[in-house]
Write a protein that binds this ligand. Structure first.
Ligand SMILES: C[S@@+](CC[C@H](N)C(=O)[O-])C[C@H]1O[C@@H](n2cnc3c(N)ncnc32)[C@H](O)[C@@H]1O
Length: 343
Protein backbone atom coordinates (compact mmCIF):
# COMPACT_ATOMS: atom_id res chain seq x y z
CA UNK A 1 0.00 0.00 0.00
CA UNK A 2 2.94 2.35 0.67
CA UNK A 3 6.72 2.32 0.84
CA UNK A 4 8.51 1.77 4.17
CA UNK A 5 9.79 5.33 4.02
CA UNK A 6 6.22 6.63 3.87
CA UNK A 7 5.02 4.38 6.67
CA UNK A 8 7.52 6.00 9.00
CA UNK A 9 6.17 9.50 8.41
CA UNK A 10 5.77 10.86 11.94
CA UNK A 11 2.74 12.85 13.00
CA UNK A 12 0.53 11.81 10.13
CA UNK A 13 -2.01 12.41 12.89
CA UNK A 14 -1.20 14.43 16.04
CA UNK A 15 -0.05 11.32 17.90
CA UNK A 16 0.21 8.65 15.21
CA UNK A 17 2.59 7.68 12.44
CA UNK A 18 1.20 6.59 9.11
CA UNK A 19 2.12 2.96 9.80
CA UNK A 20 0.24 3.07 13.13
CA UNK A 21 -2.78 4.52 11.32
CA UNK A 22 -2.64 1.76 8.70
CA UNK A 23 -2.05 -0.98 11.25
CA UNK A 24 -4.31 0.06 14.14
CA UNK A 25 -7.08 2.20 12.64
CA UNK A 26 -7.80 1.30 9.03
CA UNK A 27 -8.63 -2.42 9.53
CA UNK A 28 -11.66 -1.40 11.64
CA UNK A 29 -13.10 0.39 8.59
CA UNK A 30 -13.25 -1.95 5.58
CA UNK A 31 -14.87 0.67 3.32
CA UNK A 32 -12.02 3.06 4.05
CA UNK A 33 -9.40 0.32 3.71
CA UNK A 34 -10.67 -0.67 0.28
CA UNK A 35 -10.49 2.93 -0.98
CA UNK A 36 -7.11 4.05 0.42
CA UNK A 37 -4.01 4.27 -1.77
CA UNK A 38 -0.88 5.90 -0.34
CA UNK A 39 1.30 4.69 -3.21
CA UNK A 40 0.25 7.14 -5.91
CA UNK A 41 2.92 9.37 -7.47
CA UNK A 42 3.43 12.46 -5.35
CA UNK A 43 2.14 10.82 -2.16
CA UNK A 44 5.41 11.21 -0.28
CA UNK A 45 5.61 14.94 -1.00
CA UNK A 46 1.92 15.37 -0.10
CA UNK A 47 2.41 13.48 3.17
CA UNK A 48 5.45 15.46 4.21
CA UNK A 49 3.59 18.69 3.47
CA UNK A 50 0.68 17.53 5.63
CA UNK A 51 2.86 16.83 8.62
CA UNK A 52 4.16 20.40 8.60
CA UNK A 53 0.71 21.93 8.09
CA UNK A 54 -1.15 23.72 10.87
CA UNK A 55 -4.67 24.96 10.18
CA UNK A 56 -7.06 27.35 11.88
CA UNK A 57 -9.30 24.31 12.49
CA UNK A 58 -6.78 22.48 14.70
CA UNK A 59 -7.60 24.33 17.95
CA UNK A 60 -8.58 27.72 19.33
CA UNK A 61 -4.86 28.46 19.70
CA UNK A 62 -4.38 28.15 15.94
CA UNK A 63 -7.76 29.70 15.10
CA UNK A 64 -11.25 28.34 15.89
CA UNK A 65 -10.88 24.54 15.93
CA UNK A 66 -12.18 23.85 19.45
CA UNK A 67 -15.08 26.27 19.25
CA UNK A 68 -15.96 25.03 15.76
CA UNK A 69 -16.15 21.44 17.02
CA UNK A 70 -18.19 22.58 20.02
CA UNK A 71 -20.79 24.06 17.64
CA UNK A 72 -20.91 20.85 15.59
CA UNK A 73 -21.92 18.76 18.62
CA UNK A 74 -25.42 19.74 17.57
CA UNK A 75 -25.45 18.29 14.07
CA UNK A 76 -29.16 19.13 13.63
CA UNK A 77 -28.50 22.85 12.99
CA UNK A 78 -27.38 22.41 9.34
CA UNK A 79 -29.17 19.10 8.73
CA UNK A 80 -31.61 20.54 6.17
CA UNK A 81 -28.80 21.55 3.80
CA UNK A 82 -26.67 18.49 4.58
CA UNK A 83 -29.50 16.13 3.70
CA UNK A 84 -30.17 17.92 0.42
CA UNK A 85 -26.48 17.81 -0.52
CA UNK A 86 -26.35 14.06 0.17
CA UNK A 87 -29.47 13.51 -1.92
CA UNK A 88 -27.89 15.47 -4.79
CA UNK A 89 -24.68 13.42 -4.46
CA UNK A 90 -26.51 10.08 -4.45
CA UNK A 91 -28.97 10.81 -7.25
CA UNK A 92 -26.86 8.88 -9.75
CA UNK A 93 -26.85 5.71 -7.61
CA UNK A 94 -30.51 5.42 -6.53
CA UNK A 95 -30.62 1.65 -6.39
CA UNK A 96 -27.68 0.86 -4.09
CA UNK A 97 -25.72 2.18 -1.09
CA UNK A 98 -23.65 5.22 -1.91
CA UNK A 99 -20.09 5.66 -0.63
CA UNK A 100 -19.43 9.40 -0.30
CA UNK A 101 -16.06 11.03 0.28
CA UNK A 102 -16.61 14.21 2.31
CA UNK A 103 -13.38 16.01 1.37
CA UNK A 104 -13.62 18.91 3.86
CA UNK A 105 -15.27 16.70 6.43
CA UNK A 106 -13.90 18.23 9.65
CA UNK A 107 -14.49 15.91 12.60
CA UNK A 108 -17.26 14.11 10.72
CA UNK A 109 -20.23 16.46 11.07
CA UNK A 110 -21.98 15.03 8.00
CA UNK A 111 -21.35 11.38 8.90
CA UNK A 112 -22.58 12.06 12.43
CA UNK A 113 -25.62 13.97 11.19
CA UNK A 114 -26.72 10.99 9.09
CA UNK A 115 -26.33 8.74 12.09
CA UNK A 116 -28.19 11.09 14.44
CA UNK A 117 -31.00 12.38 12.23
CA UNK A 118 -31.79 9.93 9.47
CA UNK A 119 -32.44 6.31 10.33
CA UNK A 120 -33.79 6.02 6.77
CA UNK A 121 -30.34 6.91 5.38
CA UNK A 122 -28.13 4.64 7.53
CA UNK A 123 -28.03 1.87 4.94
CA UNK A 124 -28.07 4.31 2.04
CA UNK A 125 -24.79 6.13 2.78
CA UNK A 126 -21.28 5.11 3.75
CA UNK A 127 -19.44 8.34 4.47
CA UNK A 128 -15.65 8.64 4.45
CA UNK A 129 -14.51 11.80 6.21
CA UNK A 130 -11.41 13.49 4.84
CA UNK A 131 -9.72 16.62 6.17
CA UNK A 132 -6.47 18.56 6.06
CA UNK A 133 -6.39 19.11 9.82
CA UNK A 134 -4.81 16.28 11.84
CA UNK A 135 -6.80 17.33 14.90
CA UNK A 136 -10.09 17.18 12.98
CA UNK A 137 -9.31 13.71 11.63
CA UNK A 138 -8.15 12.46 15.04
CA UNK A 139 -11.45 13.64 16.55
CA UNK A 140 -13.47 11.93 13.79
CA UNK A 141 -11.57 8.67 14.37
CA UNK A 142 -12.10 8.98 18.13
CA UNK A 143 -15.84 8.90 17.44
CA UNK A 144 -15.44 5.66 15.49
CA UNK A 145 -15.85 7.27 12.07
CA UNK A 146 -13.79 6.20 9.03
CA UNK A 147 -11.52 9.17 8.34
CA UNK A 148 -8.37 10.05 6.41
CA UNK A 149 -6.04 13.02 6.68
CA UNK A 150 -5.39 14.38 3.21
CA UNK A 151 -5.40 17.65 1.29
CA UNK A 152 -8.19 18.23 -1.22
CA UNK A 153 -5.65 18.62 -4.03
CA UNK A 154 -3.96 15.25 -3.33
CA UNK A 155 -6.33 12.51 -2.16
CA UNK A 156 -4.96 9.25 -0.75
CA UNK A 157 -7.76 7.28 -2.44
CA UNK A 158 -7.51 5.05 -5.46
CA UNK A 159 -9.12 5.80 -8.82
CA UNK A 160 -12.89 5.11 -9.04
CA UNK A 161 -13.19 4.03 -5.38
CA UNK A 162 -16.24 6.07 -4.26
CA UNK A 163 -19.72 6.72 -5.65
CA UNK A 164 -19.79 10.45 -4.94
CA UNK A 165 -17.58 13.26 -3.66
CA UNK A 166 -18.66 16.27 -1.62
CA UNK A 167 -16.59 19.44 -1.51
CA UNK A 168 -18.69 21.40 0.95
CA UNK A 169 -18.75 23.64 3.99
CA UNK A 170 -15.43 25.37 3.54
CA UNK A 171 -14.48 24.92 -0.13
CA UNK A 172 -13.32 28.55 -0.10
CA UNK A 173 -10.51 27.41 2.24
CA UNK A 174 -8.89 25.59 -0.68
CA UNK A 175 -6.35 28.02 -2.16
CA UNK A 176 -7.47 29.30 -5.59
CA UNK A 177 -4.38 27.74 -7.21
CA UNK A 178 -5.33 24.32 -5.78
CA UNK A 179 -9.02 24.37 -6.72
CA UNK A 180 -8.63 22.84 -10.18
CA UNK A 181 -6.51 20.02 -8.69
CA UNK A 182 -9.17 19.50 -6.00
CA UNK A 183 -11.94 19.10 -8.59
CA UNK A 184 -9.69 16.91 -10.79
CA UNK A 185 -8.88 14.71 -7.79
CA UNK A 186 -12.57 14.43 -6.89
CA UNK A 187 -13.34 13.33 -10.46
CA UNK A 188 -10.47 10.82 -10.36
CA UNK A 189 -11.67 9.01 -7.23
CA UNK A 190 -15.36 8.94 -8.18
CA UNK A 191 -16.70 6.00 -10.16
CA UNK A 192 -17.88 6.52 -13.74
CA UNK A 193 -21.42 7.88 -13.58
CA UNK A 194 -20.88 9.16 -10.02
CA UNK A 195 -21.26 12.77 -8.95
CA UNK A 196 -19.02 15.51 -7.62
CA UNK A 197 -20.99 18.12 -5.67
CA UNK A 198 -19.28 21.38 -4.73
CA UNK A 199 -20.98 23.75 -2.28
CA UNK A 200 -19.84 27.26 -1.42
CA UNK A 201 -21.05 30.84 -1.31
CA UNK A 202 -21.27 33.39 -4.09
CA UNK A 203 -18.79 36.29 -3.73
CA UNK A 204 -21.79 38.66 -3.91
CA UNK A 205 -23.82 36.83 -1.25
CA UNK A 206 -24.56 37.96 2.32
CA UNK A 207 -22.47 35.01 3.57
CA UNK A 208 -19.34 36.18 1.76
CA UNK A 209 -20.00 39.66 3.14
CA UNK A 210 -20.38 38.28 6.70
CA UNK A 211 -16.99 36.54 6.38
CA UNK A 212 -15.38 39.77 5.12
CA UNK A 213 -16.95 42.22 7.56
CA UNK A 214 -17.27 40.14 10.73
CA UNK A 215 -15.27 36.91 10.64
CA UNK A 216 -12.12 38.36 9.08
CA UNK A 217 -11.64 41.38 11.36
CA UNK A 218 -12.85 39.81 14.61
CA UNK A 219 -11.18 36.37 14.67
CA UNK A 220 -7.67 35.30 15.61
CA UNK A 221 -6.87 33.67 12.28
CA UNK A 222 -8.88 36.08 10.10
CA UNK A 223 -10.77 34.84 7.06
CA UNK A 224 -9.05 36.00 3.90
CA UNK A 225 -10.40 33.37 1.50
CA UNK A 226 -12.01 34.22 -1.83
CA UNK A 227 -15.39 32.60 -2.38
CA UNK A 228 -16.84 31.49 -5.72
CA UNK A 229 -19.20 32.71 -8.44
CA UNK A 230 -21.41 30.83 -10.88
CA UNK A 231 -19.00 31.69 -13.69
CA UNK A 232 -15.96 30.51 -11.72
CA UNK A 233 -17.65 27.23 -10.86
CA UNK A 234 -18.66 26.62 -14.48
CA UNK A 235 -15.11 27.38 -15.67
CA UNK A 236 -13.54 25.17 -13.01
CA UNK A 237 -15.58 22.11 -13.92
CA UNK A 238 -15.26 22.75 -17.69
CA UNK A 239 -11.50 22.85 -17.25
CA UNK A 240 -11.56 19.64 -15.20
CA UNK A 241 -13.45 17.97 -18.06
CA UNK A 242 -16.88 17.52 -16.45
CA UNK A 243 -19.31 20.39 -17.10
CA UNK A 244 -21.47 21.20 -14.06
CA UNK A 245 -24.97 22.48 -13.38
CA UNK A 246 -24.81 25.34 -10.91
CA UNK A 247 -27.90 25.85 -8.73
CA UNK A 248 -28.99 28.14 -5.91
CA UNK A 249 -29.18 26.24 -2.64
CA UNK A 250 -31.00 27.07 0.61
CA UNK A 251 -28.81 26.07 3.54
CA UNK A 252 -30.22 27.59 6.74
CA UNK A 253 -29.07 27.39 10.33
CA UNK A 254 -31.99 26.10 12.44
CA UNK A 255 -31.97 26.11 16.24
CA UNK A 256 -34.70 25.22 18.74
CA UNK A 257 -35.44 26.88 22.10
CA UNK A 258 -37.99 26.79 24.87
CA UNK A 259 -38.89 30.46 24.41
CA UNK A 260 -38.40 32.99 21.64
CA UNK A 261 -35.53 34.57 23.59
CA UNK A 262 -33.98 31.14 24.25
CA UNK A 263 -34.07 30.25 20.53
CA UNK A 264 -32.38 33.56 19.63
CA UNK A 265 -29.75 33.11 22.33
CA UNK A 266 -28.94 29.58 21.21
CA UNK A 267 -28.61 30.73 17.63
CA UNK A 268 -26.22 33.52 18.67
CA UNK A 269 -24.15 30.98 20.67
CA UNK A 270 -24.03 28.65 17.66
CA UNK A 271 -22.89 31.40 15.28
CA UNK A 272 -20.33 32.60 17.86
CA UNK A 273 -18.75 29.12 18.08
CA UNK A 274 -19.10 28.13 14.44
CA UNK A 275 -17.43 31.26 13.11
CA UNK A 276 -15.13 31.93 16.07
CA UNK A 277 -16.69 35.34 16.75
CA UNK A 278 -17.55 34.74 20.43
CA UNK A 279 -15.20 37.46 21.72
CA UNK A 280 -16.78 39.98 19.37
CA UNK A 281 -20.32 38.95 20.36
CA UNK A 282 -19.31 39.28 24.05
CA UNK A 283 -18.56 42.98 23.46
CA UNK A 284 -22.09 43.59 22.14
CA UNK A 285 -23.78 43.21 25.50
CA UNK A 286 -26.44 40.53 25.03
CA UNK A 287 -28.69 38.48 22.82
CA UNK A 288 -30.72 41.36 21.36
CA UNK A 289 -27.59 43.08 20.03
CA UNK A 290 -26.17 39.80 18.66
CA UNK A 291 -29.45 38.96 16.97
CA UNK A 292 -29.44 42.45 15.43
CA UNK A 293 -26.00 41.69 13.93
CA UNK A 294 -27.45 38.50 12.46
CA UNK A 295 -30.39 40.45 11.01
CA UNK A 296 -27.97 42.95 9.46
CA UNK A 297 -25.62 40.38 7.94
CA UNK A 298 -27.90 37.46 7.08
CA UNK A 299 -30.60 39.56 5.43
CA UNK A 300 -30.88 38.18 1.89
CA UNK A 301 -33.57 40.41 0.32
CA UNK A 302 -31.29 42.23 -2.13
CA UNK A 303 -29.26 39.15 -2.99
CA UNK A 304 -32.39 37.06 -3.68
CA UNK A 305 -33.75 39.80 -5.94
CA UNK A 306 -30.48 39.73 -7.93
CA UNK A 307 -30.57 35.98 -8.65
CA UNK A 308 -31.06 34.83 -12.24
CA UNK A 309 -33.88 32.47 -11.16
CA UNK A 310 -36.64 33.08 -8.64
CA UNK A 311 -36.15 31.07 -5.45
CA UNK A 312 -38.35 30.57 -2.43
CA UNK A 313 -35.80 31.15 0.36
CA UNK A 314 -36.58 32.72 3.75
CA UNK A 315 -35.14 36.22 3.24
CA UNK A 316 -33.92 37.05 6.77
CA UNK A 317 -33.49 35.66 10.32
CA UNK A 318 -36.83 34.72 11.90
CA UNK A 319 -38.18 33.08 15.05
CA UNK A 320 -41.42 31.10 14.86
CA UNK A 321 -43.39 28.65 16.94
CA UNK A 322 -43.43 25.03 15.83
CA UNK A 323 -45.40 22.53 17.91
CA UNK A 324 -44.14 23.01 21.48
CA UNK A 325 -40.83 24.79 20.68
CA UNK A 326 -39.58 28.04 19.23
CA UNK A 327 -37.40 27.86 16.14
CA UNK A 328 -34.75 30.40 15.14
CA UNK A 329 -33.93 30.17 11.44
CA UNK A 330 -31.06 32.09 9.87
CA UNK A 331 -30.95 31.87 6.09
CA UNK A 332 -27.82 31.14 4.11
CA UNK A 333 -28.00 31.15 0.31
CA UNK A 334 -25.26 29.01 -1.23
CA UNK A 335 -24.37 27.97 -4.76
CA UNK A 336 -23.83 24.33 -5.63
CA UNK A 337 -22.14 22.81 -8.68
CA UNK A 338 -23.20 19.29 -9.64
CA UNK A 339 -21.11 17.33 -12.13
CA UNK A 340 -21.37 13.74 -13.27
CA UNK A 341 -18.33 11.73 -14.32
CA UNK A 342 -18.71 10.25 -17.77
CA UNK A 343 -19.89 6.64 -17.58
C1 LIG B 1 -15.75 24.94 7.84
S1 LIG B 1 -14.94 23.43 8.21
C2 LIG B 1 -16.18 22.23 7.77
C3 LIG B 1 -16.06 20.93 8.49
C4 LIG B 1 -17.29 20.01 8.32
N1 LIG B 1 -17.53 19.68 6.92
C5 LIG B 1 -18.51 20.65 8.88
O1 LIG B 1 -19.38 21.05 8.09
O2 LIG B 1 -18.61 20.78 10.08
C6 LIG B 1 -13.82 23.32 6.86
C7 LIG B 1 -12.87 22.14 6.97
O3 LIG B 1 -12.09 22.09 5.78
C8 LIG B 1 -10.78 21.68 6.12
N2 LIG B 1 -9.88 22.10 5.04
C9 LIG B 1 -9.45 23.36 4.76
N3 LIG B 1 -8.66 23.35 3.68
C10 LIG B 1 -8.60 22.07 3.24
C11 LIG B 1 -7.94 21.42 2.17
N4 LIG B 1 -7.17 22.10 1.31
N5 LIG B 1 -8.07 20.09 2.03
C12 LIG B 1 -8.85 19.38 2.90
N6 LIG B 1 -9.51 19.95 3.96
C13 LIG B 1 -9.38 21.28 4.12
C14 LIG B 1 -10.52 22.34 7.44
O4 LIG B 1 -9.50 21.71 8.18
C15 LIG B 1 -11.89 22.25 8.11
O5 LIG B 1 -12.01 21.13 8.94
Amino acid sequence: MQSDALAEVDFYLPSMTLSEYLRDVVPAHPLLGSALDFARPGAEKALRLLTTTTTEFDSDDTGRGDSYRRAQRDSSVRWRGVRQLLELAAESTPERPCTVLDVLGGDGTIARAVHEHAADLHDRFGILTGDLSGEMVAQALAQGLPAVRQAADHLFLGDRTVDAVLLAYGTHHIAPDDRLSAVTEALRVVRPGGRVVLHDFDESSPMADFFTRIVHPYTTAGHDYPHFSRTLLNELFEEAGAPADVVDFYDPLIVHGETEEDARRRMCDYVADMYGVGSFFDTLGGTDACWHVLEQHFGHERYLASLPDRVDFTPGPVVYRSHDTYVAEVPRAAIVAIAQKAA
